[in-house]
Design a binder for this molecule. Structure first.
Ligand code: URA
Length: 309
């Protein structure tokens, strides 16, 4: 099993069980988790999360609902639906929380990082207020592969930017802030160790891009100002750097979790081999099956951790 705390954070406020690097939180009379719903004014609701051990954070609201329903069969417990209005889909079943990266009423694509950052801040504060212990947060979803068979699950070793550095850069008050995207390697190894033999799975570096088309070197967006040769040379460089998949959230998630001392992993399925093309033209029924694969792997991991069969 993975070790308890390998991701150190600057400790500024603490409950008995968790610390967050924000001294201002202790000044709040109540903390309104505006986008998620719960409010610390209602401690009974917050306490429902006290036994959380796993947070699965992923793409669409419907997928997160489906995952919660499947976990309900596993734990023989009802799904608690905390989804508030048109915002993030948000469920709890037994010790697992599932939450969507997108809101029920979609954020536009260019707001995507804002979308995941909002939900992540609030999930981490919720875990803190509920005094949760030893939680693993797992980002699941789909991605593009580079030189791997489509349908392969990639467990991220390092989440890197498009210069293949394990950092997440963002702008705050007009200045660039750079945070480490260090993930919990024991957690990744524990997930890799419970593979289901029917699912191809590898551990590799994941490149986090700022968009789907231009920043992933696609030639099929509404605008393209690069050549095919430039695209292929970049993808080749990525392979040489150890990257085998590209998505759009891993660095933001890894950086915030690492800074807050929350263990995180990224488990995504490739839908395409980008060395062979840009368009996602696999039939929908096959894509739907592949989309289940990271969840299947995560369920195996949860069962192993909780020693349930
Ligand atoms: N998601 C991505 O970000 N890129 C792909 O190519 C497929 C899914």
């Amino acid at each position: 099993p993975y070790s308890k705390r390998n991701c150190a954070a600057k400790m500024s406020v603490s409950t008995a069980t968790m610390s967050l690097p924000n001294p201002f939180l202790s000044d709040l009379k109540e903390d309104i988790l505006f986008h998620l719903g719960p409010n610390t004014r209602d401690p009974k609701n917050i306490q429902k999360f006290r036994d959380t051990k796993f947070v699965i954070i992923g793409g669409t609201p419907s997928r997160m609902k489906l995952y919660a329903e499947k976990l309900s069969d596993l734990f023989k417990e009802e799904v608690l639906d905390f989804t508030s209005g048109d915002r993030y889909a948000f469920f709890k079943v037994g010790p697992v929380v599932t939450v969507s990266i997108f809101t029920v009423f979609y954020f536009p694509a260019w707001c995507r990082l804002g979308s995941v950052s909002v939900v992540l801040h609030e999930i981490i504060k919720l875990l803190y207020h509920a005094q949760c212990e030893d939680v693993a947060l797992i980002r699941t979803g789909t991605c593009g592969g580079i030189g791997v068979e489509p349908g392969t699950v990639v467990v991220t070793r390092n989440a890197v930017n498009d210069r293949f550095q394990p950092v997440f850069e963002f702008s705050r008050l007009g200045e660039t802030v750079s945070r480490s995207t260090k993930l919990c390697s024991e957690l990744a190894d524990s997930i890799m160790a419970c593979q289901n033999n029917n699912i191809p799975i590898i551990k590799a570096d994941t490149m986090c891009a700022e968009d789907f088309y231009e920043c992933q070197g696609r030639l099929d967006g509404a605008i393209c100002e690069i050549t095919k040769e430039q695209k292929m040379a970049f993808l080749q460089k990525a392979v040489e750097a150890g990257v085998r998949n590209i998505e759009m959230e891993s660095c933001g998630i890894a950086a915030l979790c690492n800074a807050c001392g929350v263990k995180a992993a990224v488990v995504c399925v490739t839908l395409i081999d980008r060395l062979k093309g840009d368009q996602l033209n696999t039939p929908t029924e096959i894509l739907r099956k592949w989309e289940q694969r990271p969840f299947t792997v995560i369920v195996e991991f949860i069962k192993e951790q909780l020693k349930i069969s």
